[in-house]
Design a protein around this ligand. Structure first.
Ligand SMILES: NC(=O)C1=CN([C@@H]2O[C@H](COP(=O)(O)OP(=O)(O)OC[C@H]3O[C@@H](n4cnc5c(N)ncnc54)[C@H](OP(=O)(O)O)[C@@H]3O)[C@@H](O)[C@H]2O)C=CC1
Ligand SMILES: N[C@@H](CC(=O)OP(=O)(O)O)C(=O)O
Length: 390
């Protein structure tokens, strides 16, 4: 145990979507029994801290460096803007504690480790031994993918991989989930009378739906910037720009979410962090779909050699306690390999594992993860436990 008594752990962003899931998981795993929590807020300093508070029952100001400095460990799910503003000030003030963060801001810094311990515990331990202090959760899609198929990387089998994602509204936060449901409601109301009449013409329904989708109000598309209900948006996160030489080697019109796939996967595996020049090329398209929660991904691997599907399944299944191989049958797939089945669970199903027509080294798979659990909250609380056990 690195701490003589229970360490003071500052919790920032605990009432947001990721933060709430984190609080649930910490309670479920008894983490609060091991720490002295101090709750912070950016909007309600002085207000009442949640029930898990022990000695400090009032919310502290999340921008107050002096309060943050008292903490042995700070865990934040407050967001990138908060990290950008507070983290440098806190370090500049001489704070030498552990910073555990869900936001992407610090991920690519040399002194930051992207934490996903079932996949990269040796990388984490190595950094810890060298005095590392900055522990950053990975991009949700990348973390869920590696929880599913990390075994193939660990076995050194992957020559390259593409990932085509189907990312839920929840990846954007609470307002995005509400917006999707509002859009579905508006569209449904538009054709409710026709739907209730079994004799109505489907093309008339279709025409009215399309007209409504194309004429949603600005308020109904404020977060996604485009209709998502009954549609999809093949761009997530920033436009890094064609020829964006300033941004690493990402000059192929890649979106930032796609760039993270290559850069973060390699960094998590401890094999450099470039995109395109990385040890293992990872690239594809990231697409927002009208799912509520859970990110899904269709993966294509070029393996370094021909490995039988049964061996691939066995490797994946043995990798960690949460990955579940779903038999490649229609029945099993529609039952066990959907966002609706996976939401709210720690399970990472991997199915549709099969050889592709391009040749025996080409393997396809489909995987799903609850991006608020393995994609965000869980690696943070597990890092806390690693620090407590160190
Ligand atoms: N959503 C996701 O799937 C993932 C998110 N992340 C990262 O985690 C961070 C936080 O994301 P997320 O949790 O989605 O953000 P949220 O917008 O849900 O919460 C962030 C903060 O918003 C404030 N807030 C304002 N109004 C409300 C309200 N009505 N209810 C709750 N909180 C409110 C809270 O701060 P306060 O209490 O101080 O007012 C809260 O901590 C981001 O950096 C994101 O990039 C990482 C991986 C996945
Ligand atoms: N970008 C992800 C969610 C997220 O917050 O990712 P990151 O932590 O890499 O910014 C999504 O929209 O689905």
């Amino acid at each position: 145990m690195a701490y003589a008594s229970q360490p003071l752990v500052g919790l920032v962003g605990w009432r947001g979507m990721v933060g709430s899931v984190l609080m649930d998981r910490m309670q479920a795993e008894g983490d609060f029994g091991l720490i002295e929590p101090m709750f912070f807020s950016t909007s309600n300093a002085g207000g009442k801290a949640p029930a898990m508070a022990k000695n400090e029952t009032a919310l502290k100001d999340a921008y107050d460096i002096e309060s943050l400095k008292k903490c042995d460990i700070v865990i934040t799910a407050q967001g990138g803007d908060y990290t950008t503003e507070v983290f440098p000030k806190l370090r500049a003030a001489g704070w030498n504690g552990h910073w555990i963060d869900a936001a992407s801001t610090l991920r690519m810094k040399d002194d930051a480790i992207i934490i996903l311990d079932p996949v990269n515990l040796p990388v984490i331990q190595n950094a810890l031994n060298k005095g590392g202090k900055n522990w950053i959760g990975g991009n949700c899609t990348v973390s869920c993918m590696l929880m599913g198929v990390g075994a193939l990387y660990k076995a050194g089998l992957v020559e390259w991989m593409t990932s085509m994602t189907y990312q839920a509204a929840s990846g954007g936060g609470a307002q995005h989930m509400r917006e999707l449901l509002t859009q579905f409601g508006t569209i449904n109301s538009e054709v409710k009378a026709l739907l209730d009449d079994p004799k109505s013409a489907i093309l008339e329904i279709d025409r009215k739906v399309l007209h409504k989708q194309q004429n949603l109000s600005a308020a109904e598309t404020a977060n996604f910037g485009a209709p998502l209900g009954g549609s999809l948006i093949p761009w997530i996160d920033k436009d890094l720009g064609i020829g964006a030489a300033s941004h690493d080697d990402a000059d192929w019109g890649v979106s930032k979410e796609e760039w993270k796939g290559g850069a973060e996967t390699n960094k998590i595996l401890g094999q450099g962090a470039g995109f395109g020049t990385a040890a293992t090329p990872v690239d594809g398209f990231c697409v927002r779909v009208g799912a509520m929660r859970c990110h899904s991904q269709a993966l294509t691997f070029k393996l370094k050699k021909n490995v039988p599907v049964a061996d691939i399944e066995a490797l994946i299944a043995a990798d960690n306690a949460w990955v579940k191989v779903v038999p490649n049958t229609r029945e099993a797939t529609v039952k066990d390999l959907t966002p609706v089945t996976v939401t709210g669970t720690m399970n990472i199903p991997v199915g549709r594992i099969r050889k592709l027509a391009m040749g025996p080294e080409y393997v396809g798979a489909f995987t799903i993860g609850d991006q608020l659990l393995w994609g965000a909250a869980e690696p943070l609380r597990r890092m806390l436990r690693i620090l407590l056990d160190a």
